[in-house]
Design a protein around this ligand. Structure first.
Ligand code: MN
Length: 200
């Protein structure tokens, strides 16, 4: 193991029980404290002694993906993905998209309810482990379903929101029923003001 702690796990921006009941404190403890922490530990390990130690995390994601450095990318990607995942949640309940974000949702998907249905389908369509993403491209919103650690950043695209559909994200709370987890997060936990603030 490396002694390097160049890349460090940010603290949760709220308490572990604050996403309950949509996401239980047991899931948050495990997901943040074990899984997210482990990606940082492995990133520090694999990046030790390389040029990646001189980069910020988002640069590591882009460069390691470009080079096909799978060990570094998988862990840097997951480290980055989960930072967005935690930050986009609104403890105590969701608000609704407004203003420019709502206009863009309506323009791209018809209306907010259709967006949520389509996004859930996108998330269900990710085979195995991965993420469902809402991105902004040329001023318009689009969805992506990407495997494993892959993210819009690695593809040169701008992520607005991402839902983790690895089983560790939902299995304790929803067993195998991925659509219920995705729907509940969209309905109850996403901070749409945060998503709106990410618009370019
Ligand atoms: Mn995860």
């Amino acid at each position: 193991m490396s002694d390097s702690q160049k890349f460090t796990l940010p603290a949760l921006p709220y308490g572990a029980s604050d996403l309950s009941p949509t996401i239980s404190s047991d899931t948050v403890d495990l997901h943040h404290g074990k899984h997210h922490q482990a990606y940082f530990n492995m990133l520090n390990n694999f990046a030790d002694g390389t040029k990646f130690m001189d980069m910020e995390l988002d640069e590591v994601v882009v460069e390691s993906y470009k080079e096909g450095n799978v060990k570094v990318f998988n862990n840097a990607g997951q480290a980055w993905n989960h930072i967005l995942y935690w930050e986009q949640m609104a403890p105590g309940g969701s608000n609704a998209p407004q203003g420019k974000l709502l206009e863009k949702i309506d323009e791209a998907f018809g209306d907010f309810d259709t967006f949520k249905t389509d996004f859930t389908q996108q998330a269900v369509g990710v085979f195995g482990s991965g993420w469902a993403w809402l991105i902004e491209k040329d001023g318009k919103l689009e969805m992506r379903g990407l495997p494993n650690a892959e993210n819009p950043l690695a593809h040169g695209e701008h992520a607005l929101m991402g839902i983790d559909v690895w089983e560790h994200a939902y299995y304790l709370d929803y067993k195998n029923v991925r659509p219920d987890y995705v729907k509940a997060v969209l309905d109850n936990l996403i901070n749409w003001d945060y998503v709106s603030d990410r618009l370019q």
